[in-house]
Design a protein. Structure first.
Length: 202
């Protein structure tokens, strides 16, 4: 009696290949100025006020910021919990907005908060309304490095800010920022009203 021979499976290399027809989507880039804000001492604020009161304070704070951002032609990209990521077509608008935000926050005596801001401009990858790449990383890192009340501005965005002397510009030289290969030339700005209130030289 003859035994039936089981068919041998074809090797993977012999299987017919299908064309999926999925071409990689083109990568879109855009020259953009990115601004990040961050509330200084947010954890201590939460512990002091409690969840509900801190949430109400954040909501009023972000309402104030959004009003100033709209006045300067910015577009909110995302809310990060303690701050906002904002995009501008023009770096000068981003710098002006950062200073205007600091003035507005310092004047809001009913909910006093300290804010730090970072601004950078350059070519960024854009997808679904979000931005990725060098200016995003630099702006976020500068925001983290800023003191309360300061606007840290980098590179190309510096060239757009024409009257830096009116805002107590403090050259910081080249900063080494986490995740950024090359050191970044930066300047710290602070609105004159805040400097006068703190007794800083005009």
């Amino acid at each position: 009696m003859e035994h039936a021979v089981a068919p041998q499976p074809r090797p993977l290399t012999a299987l017919p290949r299908r064309r999926l027809g999925l071409a990689p989507a083109p990568v879109e880039t855009e020259h953009v100025a990115i601004l990040f804000t961050d509330i200084v001492g947010s954890t201590a604020l939460l512990e002091r006020l409690g969840d509900v009161a801190a949430h109400r304070l954040r909501r009023r704070h972000f309402g104030l910021l959004r009003h100033v951002i709209a006045e300067h032609g910015g577009r909110e990209v995302k809310n990060l919990g303690d701050g906002l990521m904002v995009a501008f077509a023009d770096a000068s608008d981003a710098v002006a907005c950062g200073l205007a935000i600091q003035r507005a926050v310092s004047a809001a005596v009913e909910h006093p908060l300290e804010l730090r801001i970072g601004v950078a401009a350059g070519e960024a990858v854009t997808e679904d309304g979000d931005y990725f790449g060098w200016p995003v990383i630099v702006a976020q890192r500068l925001c983290c490095a800023a003191h309360g009340g300061d606007v840290l501005v980098a590179d190309a965005a510096l060239e757009a800010a024409t009257d830096l002397s009116a805002h107590g510009a403090r050259p910081l030289g080249t900063l080494t920022l986490k995740g950024v290969r090359e050191p970044v030339e930066s300047v710290a700005l602070r609105p004159e009203r805040q400097r006068a209130a703190q007794g800083a030289p005009a």
